[in-house]
Design a protein around this ligand. Sequence first.
Ligand code: PMP
Length: 416
Amino acid sequence: VETATDAHTPAEVPGARDLFSKFDPLIAEREALLATGVRDPFAIVMDEVKSPTQAVIKGKDTILLGTYNYMGMTFDPDVVAAGKKALDEFGAGTTGSRVLNGTYQGHKEVEDALKEFYGTSGAMVFSTGYQANLGMISTLAGKGDYVVLDADSHASIYDGCFLGDAEIVRFRHNSVEDLDKRLGRLPADAQKLVVLEGVYSMLGDVAPLPEMVAAVRKHANCMILVDEAHGMGFFGANGRGVYEEQGVEKDVDFVVGTFSKSVGTVGGFCVSNHPKFEVLRLVCRPYVFTASLPPSVVATAATSIRKLMHAGEKRAHLWKNSQRLHKGLTDLGFKLGTETPQSAIIAVILTDQTQAVAMWQALLELGLYVNMARPPATPAGTFLLRCSLCAEHSDEQVGQIIGMFEAAGKATGAIA
Ligand code: PMP
């Protein structure tokens, strides 16, 4: 019996077009990989999450080393209590845009917390960090403007450029010289937005912001936006990010960030001292044309941000963990994304997909979850196991992690 669904299966209709055919190479590559018997690195389910550093995956207690939970705020009792209270008092969701019915007291409170945290006059909260970049870049730089960005920029930065229709000019990753050269080729009277990241999330390396700012200042009509998604909470005296730590706060026009990493929930934001900042609320499409964050989410974010203002001890422990893991893996003979520890991200570079997946699976079977990253997310066709540390990883856990890397590395031949 032919059903309506069968009748529309493209393969059964001669000469039918199939918009999915462009994905055939990817489907074939994945099928070949999974046929070797490995688990799918992109289909992990956390059955239980016990703490910022522990989960149960397929019945096994697993240490989490592949989250962005840098400061371990997801289970902070004050953060959780604030979320529950807001859920009870304001309900499950706002069902509306920030510019219509979707601004509650909690959205104002989290924007106030951000203004205090960053010491800025303006703060605008988006539903994700992805949307914050999408919205800020597309709204600031439109047709006829230029966005000058690092070649290794996050997907949300690239997508912001496409949405805004600006000319995109890329410079070589973290190259001050190339940035200067490319800016020098643009018309002096054109408006330019230079987009930088404090920490680049694939290799965990940090941008040389003072040198980059100095290069930008040689050219006319440039504004600077820094994405501090991976720097917030951890870098700088107040945890604002790499731009604070490196002393360029006065030179940065816009800081974009996320609640999905150190803050421990979900959401995105931009902070700025620009006197006309508020007008963006009316013209920024990824801000206007989507529902605002649920009250429970903004309440957890505000509480977490306020606690991160006094998180010196956590920050120190996160640095200690990062340095110890970097040294441990280097001593074992692994090739890492940076020669010295620069952030809480430590990328283990493997030779190819087969070795990366074998190593990833061996670690999982030992009880360690790390992120597998592959092109196009990674630079220069690299296959990485990306480790990100948490301030809540205990000394004992870091020791266990190094031991697991040694065992998995030897079993898979990744190290001698
Ligand atoms: N910017 C950078 C540099 C990121 O790494 C990410 C997320 N990984 C984002 C922005 C987007 O953040 P969100 O998860 O809040 O969408």
